[in-house]
Ligand binder design. Structure first.
Ligand SMILES: Cc1ncc(COP(=O)(O)O)c(C=O)c1O
Length: 431
């Protein structure tokens, strides 16, 4: 473990987030309301839950049990709740972080306290996190290629995106080091403060970073005083049992902000994620949430809480085992089809988790037009690699194939069609 370095948290806050302050009235009303059972409070501007039309909510679980919400619990679930998340759910999520990451910040000797808050899916948590960290003119170091949702959020901001090359282990530490070592403050302005990376089963590349790689990157982050935003929605979709440590597991300083998600575990539509890390960051994020989404749906939080309470850890773990088994068999199907139909036409790394195959097509400079032709001529849909490039108007000989929703038969048929498409393209190019 590294020697902890002291962080000046204020240095990382954007101009706007520096100006975010707790709402004094809200705080004093909340404290007063709790101070005595005989108090008559004209304070809170909440609707009366007796006017809501819901009597009770039953959610049937596939294992035959039911999550039932009624009475006072229902009144609570239908009401506004505390920004940051309902306490009992936060406790559960803390236990999950402890179990899977053992964050050094949770150690009682840590100088920096650990905290987390419940976001409206990890996309929201990430957007709020990046918003908290970035001011106009800032530079952010980012995996290249990278999740298009992150690009969609970052690109319109008045900031600079600094692409950091990736390989089958994600962000390349040597490239990151080179960028920081050769940074020219006069020409390139402010030194970057933030790294954004997808460490596991990356979208789009499927790459997973080893513990070794993460240690190297963490060391560089310490050397140059950088915060690492660890976007890890595929963490629970790593098929094997022997998985690498997360950045959070290495974080002695409080410089990692980790984003988790239930989207790939319980449901994407429930929109439940959480961001965890050093308390000063998380408290600022909660202030931000107070004035934006306010909180994740209390009802959804309650359903997830009650499900976790019913399942206990063992049920959660069993559910994860089932999901991993499903995605692994999908991965095996696409790899077997690729071996059969694409050998000699393309290359790929076998993903160790997640739902993406990242194919490099030989002899094709840019896959954009090919992907268009694939839709029209062969009725196959893929995403061209250039959609994930950090820099605009750049080419890519890659394409992303998602194998989450397709039956093994259709995977085989689709890959065969792709093989024909590529063969025809190469034949036409050679004419
Ligand atoms: C890398 C990455 N980050 C974040 C998200 C957003 O996930 P969520 O549904 O939790 O908002 C996705 C979704 O596909 C993703 O691939």
């Amino acid at each position: 473990m590294t020697t902890p370095q002291k962080l000046d948290f204020d240095r990382f806050f954007s101009e706007v987030s520096k100006r975010r302050r707790p709402c004094a009235i809200r705080q004093s009303v909340a404290t007063l309301a709790k101070s005595s059972p005989t108090i008559i409070s004209f304070g809170p501007g909440m609707p009366n839950p007796s006017t809501f039309p819901f009597e009770s909510i039953d959610v049937k679980i596939k294992n035959g049990s039911t999550v039932k919400i009624e009475g006072e619990e229902l009144a609570k679930a239908l009401q506004y709740s505390k920004s940051g998340g309902i306490e009992e759910l936060k406790e559960w999520l803390q236990k999950i972080q402890k179990r899977y990451h053992e964050p050094p910040l949770m150690n009682k000797h840590s100088e920096v306290e650990f905290d987390l808050y419940v976001s409206v899916g990890s996309q929201d948590g990430l957007a709020q996190t990046l918003d908290m960290l970035l001011s106009p003119g800032d530079n952010i170091l980012i995996d290249d290629p990278v999740f298009s949702g992150t690009l969609g959020f970052l690109k319109p901001l008045p900031i600079h995106l600094i692409p950091v090359e990736t390989d089958e282990f994600g962000m390349k530490a040597c490239r990151l080091k080179e960028i920081m070592q050769t940074w020219n403050i006069e020409q390139e302005s402010k030194l970057p403060k933030v790294i954004y990376t997808i460490p596991n089963c990356s979208n789009p590349t499927g790459a997973t970073a080893s513990t070794e790689r993460k240690k190297e990157i963490y060391k560089i982050a310490q050397e140059y005083d950088l915060v690492i935003v660890e976007d890890d929605p595929y963490y629970f979709l790593q098929y094997g049992d022997d998985i690498a440590s997360s950045y959070q597991a290495l974080d002695t300083d409080g410089r990692v902000l980790r984003s988790d998600s239930m989207s790939k575990v319980l449901s994407a539509g429930i929109r439940l994620g959480w961001v965890s890390g050093a308390k000063p960051f998380i408290q600022k994020l909660i202030l931000n949430q107070e004035v934006t989404t306010q909180h994740n749906s209390t009802l959804i939080q309650m359903i997830v809480l009650k499900l976790l309470e019913q399942w206990k850890f063992v049920g959660f773990q069993n559910h994860l085992t089932d999901i991993k088994k499903f995605y692994k068999s999908q991965r095996d199907a696409i790899i077997s089809s690729a071996n059969k139909w694409l050998t000699g036409l393309a290359e790929w790394n076998v993903p160790e988790g997640g739902m993406f195959l990242w194919l490099k097509l030989f002899g094709i400079d840019d896959t954009k037009e090919l992907v268009q032709r694939g839709i029209i001529e062969k009725e196959i849909v893929m995403i061209p690699g250039s959609a994930f490039n950090v820099e605009d108007n750049t080419k890519s000989s890659f394409c992303r194939l998602s194998f989450s929703l397709i039956s093994p038969e259709n995977i085989e048929e689709g890959i065969q069609r792709l093989s024909n498409l590529v063969r025809e393209e190469l034949h036409n190019n050679n004419k």
